[in-house]
Design a protein around this ligand. Structure first.
Ligand SMILES: [Zn+2]
Length: 118
């Protein structure tokens, strides 16, 4: 599978060139910015007194990756809550770790967090 490419937030730039995510940074106003546009005065963040260097900007995380991270965190929280409920004994006594759904959720979380190579 080929690496996805993204356009920078500067429309004139995005028309001409796209970059892999790791060559872009997160602009303080939101959206990906390339190093060339960041160095260009017109595209800089005007609110800051001293302008951060391109290398000090936060990494650009594509929307689908951010969504995946949020989904993984939500599933993790739900799993924690469910396991806690079952282990409290208030609704009977069984081992939630033997449930197909719990195993599937744990396996999906491992993949979502990039801890698996398959
Ligand atoms: Zn650009």
């Amino acid at each position: 599978m080929s690496e996805p490419f993204f356009g920078c937030r500067n429309p004139g730039c995005a028309e001409d060139v796209t970059y892999p995510a790791d060559m872009l940074a997160e602009h303080p106003d939101g959206g990906p910015i390339c190093e060339y546009c960041w160095e260009d005065d017109d595209a800089r963040y005007n609110g800051a007194e001293t302008l951060p260097t391109f290398g000090s900007l936060p990494a650009f995380v594509p929307k689908h990756e951010r969504n995946l991270q949020e989904l993984a965190e939500a599933l993790e929280g739900l799993l924690r809550s469910y396991i806690g409920l079952v282990n409290s004994g208030d609704c009977g006594s069984w081992n939630p770790e033997n449930e197909v759904e719990v195993k599937a959720a744990r396996a999906a979380l491992v993949k979502a967090k990039g801890q698996s190579n398959d």
